[in-house]
Structures are given as structure tokens and as C-alpha cells.
Design a protein around this ligand. Sequence first.
Ligand code: GAR
Length: 192
Amino acid sequence: MRLAVLASGTGSILEAIVDAGLPVHLMVTDRPCRALDLAASLGIPTRVVERASFGDDFDRDTYTVDLVDVLAEAGTDLVAMAGFGTILAQPAYDRFAGRILNTHPALLPSFPGWHAVADAMAHGVKVTGCTVHIATLEVDSGPILAQEAVPVLPDDDEGSLHERIKAVERHLYPETIRAVMENRAVLMGEPV
Ligand code: GAR
């Protein structure tokens, strides 16, 4: 199964996927970022499908089609989003139905969206965590494959809490991707 990773940030989750021995055949980003440099230094083929805009005029459907073309041309079977900063439109879910995974820094369905760690802290939760799920058109709402709890400590700030959540994501996400690739992942009693 050919695995592609989408990332826009520091790439620490991408690095964990590679360190776990999973074969990443392509890394795609939507902007210049550390993840791009990291992938190149790891010898992973990279592509930039750069966003023309971060404003209201962003054409999400066209962007998604361009991204899907890059993934499909590379023979991608499975897509893992690892801190990817662009919400994908329907064409991605048509082409890769049930084959786009995501890791999210909260215990979904609590705290979806871009500010999950800050939102959890603002609610005063004592436990948060991370969720690995199958991505669907509705953001952070797809079927959940794995979760792990992370306690919120009294002296946490957003950065320290997110870093402890990422430490968990770095093992939970590769393990779950591997389970999907080896047809061991199960969702409500059914194989994924
Ligand atoms: C991870 O915590 C991931 O869950 C989060 O971005 C971080 C990427 O870390 N993704 C989202 O918040 C998506 N909504 P990295 O840049 O260090 O790999």
C-alpha cells in the first residue's frame, strides 16, 4: 500500500511515521514549512501544492482537484494528514473514500477545529488527548480508529500541553496507520 503524508507544520508527526518504519512514498505540503525540509532531508519525495490564497477567494475545489491529481499520479493508496493546514473538498473524498486518515490533538468529538488544545484548556478540562480517525468532508467528524488520553497539568500552557499530546500522537498515529495498512484496523466490529 502506497502511503502519502500531508503536512504543513514542523513535521514532527511525519518524522515519527518515518521513524516507525512506515514507507512514505510522497510528502505533500500546501506551503513552505519545516515539514518540507525535513521530508527532503529524509529522502522522501516531496511536492508543494501551494495555496494561492488564505483569504475568502480561496478556490477549495480547484485546490483539492490539483492535490488529488498529484496523489493519484504517484499511485497513492492511503493518505495520512499530519498537521495539514488546508481543509479538503469533496473530490478528495470521492477519490480516496475511507482512505484519508487524520490525527487531531483532542478527544473528538470534543474540541474539533484548529484550536483544539486552547479550546480544551479554556473549558478547564482535566483530561484531553488525541484522536486518530478516518477523515470525512465534515472536519474532525469521521469514524474514530484510536484515542489516547493526556492529563492536563496545573501549570500547563497551550504549548506544553500540545507537546505532551504530540508525544502520544507520535506513537498512536504510526501504530494506527500500520494497522490500516496491514488490514488489522477494526471499526465497530468491521474491518476498515
Ligand atoms: C499535531 O498535533 C496534529 O494533531 C495537529 O497538528 C500537529 C502537527 O504537529 N493537527 C491539527 O490540529 C489538525 N486539525 P507537527 O507539525 O509537529 O507534525
